[in-house]
Design a protein around this ligand. Structure first.
Ligand code: ADP
Length: 507
């Protein structure tokens, strides 16, 4: 008899919806949590029940463990799925769930602790015989000690926050002359972002590929890998496009990396879905970068080529089930995912929250849109501006690229600015089409992707932008007049449907 009958999803946006979809298919009840800024969010509408857990800032809502656990208890949930981000990699939260008698759908706290801090994870991996990016396995007590180490490793080096993530607290240092200022900057960014200013350093690998391996383990001692994802299309060390199989991997390299990834996961007693990230250099040597102890944003591409529902497997394993397959499986066909953001590539990717006036989502064969928004929804400015992940499958890479172009052409979002055209340009870019693109690909091709490499076009686009801005201002002024004269907004059907509950008396 399965233990899990109702799941609280401690997250928001597309990932909360993704998890709930599988729960509903499995006949499992769903509970959403939301902040005051997210009352009208799609994940709240998708759930069977919803609880407000605090004000807009995530520190006061999505990160408040007590409120989330109280909501789960009140709803009668027996498990919590953390999604990614927020509390998903917090071992204290895992323990708090266990203490409250709730199943945490994820790895044990001890595995998270081993892999949580970058330096601790590196030390573990060295012990387990997993190759790591050359560098330190402990933070440096002083700038002098770090500088001496940098000289021994050889410049350039990468300073990194031990407690880092999300591409923050990372600084490339070209030479000893730049070291001190980079050290201070990395330390202060680490403190501001993670409340921990411990910094260590790695050798800076020149134009590596980011290739990661999906692993899965159960509580019966089985652990397998589900192939790789190529995630080298990055901006500020954050992934923008992901695909599988990686165009640069041979079957031998895939098998080797898979084997090492499984060894890495097993060495920390891993359970559930996890990702071992590697950097692969020009000679195709690979090095452990870090482990993400949760479901990854880009998991849909793995689902496309394996036919597996990774969330269903997570629930199955959390229920004490044995992994459905115990052998690695060959990927079938090719899948690509792009991250659609409410941001403006032309203004240095400034977030562009606001109301979505019109939305047309692509469909057709082998197209999947994991979205967190709807027409009429206002994208709040408190959270990550990811509005959707569009993914496609086709038998071959060129066909998958053609399908992605077609899907992006169909995608229409009006009212806010998105990066859809930028993503479309990536799908036309020669370097991307060639398949051997490294982590410096997007910065290198940036002007071309914006169409700014052609001065004539730039002039035309500047003129077009000026006309557009003027027209938009006029339209907004007109619509303001019309809403103030006739605007009336009643409570939504969802809110009046009685599915909303409150916690802690906030309104
Ligand atoms: P975070 O945890 O902040 O996401 P990661 O350690 O996973 O940081 O690295 C994110 C990205 O930064 C990598 O995919 C790669 O592009 C770049 N990077 C990280 N370490 C190095 C390194 N030693 N050399 C070159 N690039 C690196």
């Amino acid at each position: 008899m399965p233990k899990i009958r109702k799941v609280l999803v401690a997250n928001r946006g597309e990932i909360a919806i993704r998890v709930m979809r599988t729960c509903h298919e499995l006949g499992i009840g769903t509970v959403a949590v939301y902040s005051e800024a997210d009352r009208d969010a799609l994940h709240v509408r998708q759930a069977d029940q919803a609880f407000c857990v605090g004000p807009a800032p995530s520190r006061e809502s999505y990160l408040v463990q007590d409120n989330i656990i109280a909501a789960a208890k009140k709803a009668g949930a027996d498990a919590i799925h953390p999604g990614y981000g927020f509390l998903s990699e917090n071992p204290n939260f895992v323990r708090a769930c266990e203490k409250a008698g709730l199943i945490f759908i994820g790895p044990p706290a001890s595995s998270m602790e081993s892999m949580g801090e970058k330096t601790r994870a590196r030390a573990h991996m060295v012990k387990a015989g997993v190759p790591v990016v050359p560098g330190a396995t402990e933070p440096f007590p002083t700038a002098e000690a770090a500088k001496a180490f940098a000289a021994s490793v050889g410049y350039p080096v990468m300073l990194k926050a031990s407690g880092g993530g999300g591409g923050k607290g990372m600084r490339k240092v070209e030479s000893a002359a730049d070291f001190d200022s980079a050290w201070r900057a990395a330390k202060s960014e680490a403190m501001n972002s993670f409340g921990n200013d411990a910094v260590y350093l790695e050798k800076y690998l020149d134009k590596p590929h980011h290739v990661e391996v999906q692993v899965f383990a159960d509580t019966h001692g089985h652990c397998i890998h589900l192939n790789e994802r190529e995630c080298s299309a990055q901006r500020r060390h954050q992934k923008v496009v992901e695909e599988t199989p990686s165009p640069i991997l041979t079957p031998q390299l895939r098998a080797q990396m898979g084997e090492v990834a499984v060894k890495a996961a097993q060495s920390v007693g891993y359970v559930g879905a996890g990702t071992i990230e590697f950097l692969v250099d020009a000679s195709r040597k690979f090095y452990f970068l870090e482990m993400n102890t949760r479901l990854q944003v880009e998991h849909p591409v793995t689902e496309w080529v394996t036919g597996i529902d990774l969330v269903a497997w997570q629930i199955h394993v959390a229920n004490g089930g044995v992994l459905p397959f115990l052998e690695p499986i060959s990927p079938r066909g090719h899948a690509i995912e792009v991250r659609i953001y409410a941001e403006d590539p032309r203004t240095n990717f400034m977030p562009s929250p606001g109301k979505i006036q019109y939305l047309r989502v692509p469909g057709g064969p082998n197209v999947r849109d994991d979205s967190g928004v709807y027409a009429g929804y206002t994208v709040p400015n408190f959270y990550d501006p990811l509005i959707s992940k569009l993914s496609v499958w086709a038998p071959t890479r060129p066909e998958a690229i053609a399908r992605m172009r077609r899907a992006l052409d169909e995608y229409v979002v009006k009212g806010i600015t998105t990066n859809i055209r930028y993503l479309r340009a990536i799908m036309e870019n020669e370097e991307f089409l060639g398949g051997d693109y490294d982590t410096a690909f997007l910065p290198r091709q940036h002007p071309k992707l914006l169409g700014e490499d052609d001065p004539a076009l730039t002039e035309v686009s500047l003129l077009a932008a000026a006309v557009y801005t003027h027209q938009r201002a006029q339209k907004q002024a007109r619509s303001l007049v019309s809403t103030t004269s006739s605007g009336k907004s009643g409570p939504s059907a969802w809110r009046s449907g009685g599915r909303f509950h409150r916690l802690g008396g906030r309104s």
